[in-house]
Design a protein around this ligand. Structure first.
Ligand code: NAD
Ligand code: UDP
Ligand code: UDP
Length: 325
């Protein structure tokens, strides 16, 4: 636990969301003070309720597309809806959050002369023609498609981070996050892990898109947050970008079977049409994270799934007919 004199005051934007709330737990645990700024678009107060009475935690409802004047020692910029259902709900606001939000947070960091972290994404690689994707790959993104508000917004945010770095000498840390799962995932975001777990727990058919031979690699949230903290603690010579994700691949059919087994569910697997442009494979190259951060995922898929299943089990039992969409 940090002493009062070494305690940092850390701003986490998007702190009421899935990743942000886990990051805040780790920061509070190590003794920092945390200011959580979130407009609660996809985040939920229940993710941070347990911190409400902690004197080192403060919540501020605010949209980062508007200027923010606060005093902090470090900034983690995570605010942005992350799943297609959510970021396509109001695509203009999604781009504004990534771009204008980044400008505001960079302006704040510049005024305060503090280090700023950006949660970027594997989606900057678009539909990649290189496997696995190293940070040097420039990506393959359609600038006018329905995913562009997210992909191009995040790409532009990276541009802004590196221009503030070069032009104003700002101390930046950019990570590119690959698929992550765990407790507090949004239950209605349509992602494969939350869908399968909720379907299995409710005894409903598991909706497998295509024949289930497509692969993904999933990083457990605790591993990812460890990567954030290690990146934030590196020297100024490493602005990034650094890929953070799990290189172990699993087929979607394998995932469905594992979830059925771990929940003891009787749910049948039902094949559904494969969505258009569904990538056959996505996998991070994490050589830089291994070498520079000494980081790699530790939590095995089955172990991470157990924690995730326990979370959704409790979530559903609190209100059995809870609407999850
Ligand atoms: P999330 O939706 O759970 O969290 C995002 C948070 O940002 C929410 O609490 C939301 O209310 C808040 N927010 C959105 N727009 C805002 C605005 N204009 N002002 C203030 N707050 C705003 O998503 P997450 O999975 O926790 O993602 C966090 C970050 O990590 C995002 O930037 C996302 O792009 C990035 N990321 C996540 C993943 C993943 O697998 N979860 C993968 C790649 C990148
Ligand atoms: N900004 C902010 N908080 C601050 C400082 C700046 O929200 O503490 C915003 C400010 O509103 C501006 C943006 O950050 O729109 C970029 O700031 P910068 O100083 O880089 O640019 P300028 O103000 O010169 O346009
Ligand atoms: N998927 C599935 N059933 C679902 C949701 C998703 O089979 O109910 C598949 C989807 O087609 C994709 C994979 O699971 O091949 C991962 O989908 P997700 O939306 O979670 O992530 P992304 O495609 O962005 O990696």
């Amino acid at each position: 636990m940090r002493s009062y004199s070494t305690r940092k005051r850390v701003l986490v934007t998007g702190g009421a969301g899935f990743l942000g709330s886990h990051l805040i737990d780790r920061l509070i645990e190590r003794g920092d003070e945390v200011l959580c700024v979130d407009n609660l678009f996809t985040g939920d107060k229940s993710n941070i309720d347990h911190l409400a009475s902690n004197p080192r935690f403060e919540f501020m409802r605010h949209d980062i597309t508007f200027p923010l004047f606060v005093e902090v020692d470090e900034i983690y910029n995570l605010a942005c809806p992350a799943s297609p259902i959510h970021y396509q709900f109001d695509p203009v606001q999604t781009t504004k959050t990534s771009v204008i939000g980044a400008i505001n947070m960079l302006g704040l960091a510049k005024r305060l002369k503090v280090r700023i972290f950006q949660a970027s994404t594997s989606e900057v690689y678009g539909d990649p023609s290189v496997h696995p994707q190293p940070e040097t790959y420039w990506g393959n993104v359609n600038p006018i498609g329905p995913r562009a508000c997210y992909d191009e917004g995040k790409r532009c945010a990276e541009t802004l981070f590196f221009d503030y770095h070069r032009q104003h000498g700002l101390d930046i840390k950019v990570v590119r996050i690959f698929n992550t799962y765990g407790p507090r995932m949004h239950p209605g975001d349509g992602r494969v892990v939350s869908n399968f777990v909720i379907q299995a727990l409710k005894g409903e058919p598991i909706t497998l898109y295509g024949d289930g031979s497509q692969t993904r690699s999933f990083c457990y949230v605790d591993d990812l947050v460890e990567g954030f903290l290690r990146m934030m603690d590196t020297g100024e010579e490493l602005p990034g970008p650094v890929n953070l994700g799990n290189p172990n691949e699993f087929t979607m059919r394998g995932l469905a079977n594992a979830i059925i087994e771990l929940t003891g569910s009787k749910s049948p697997i039902e094949e559904r049409p494969l969505p258009q442009d569904d990538p056959k494979q996505r996998q991070p190259d994490i050589a830089i994270a291994r070498e520079k951060l000494g980081w790699e995922p530790r939590v095995q898929l089955r172990e991470g799934l157990k924690h995730t299943i326990a979370y959704f089990d409790e979530f559903l039992s609190e209100l059995p007919d809870r609407k999850v969409a």
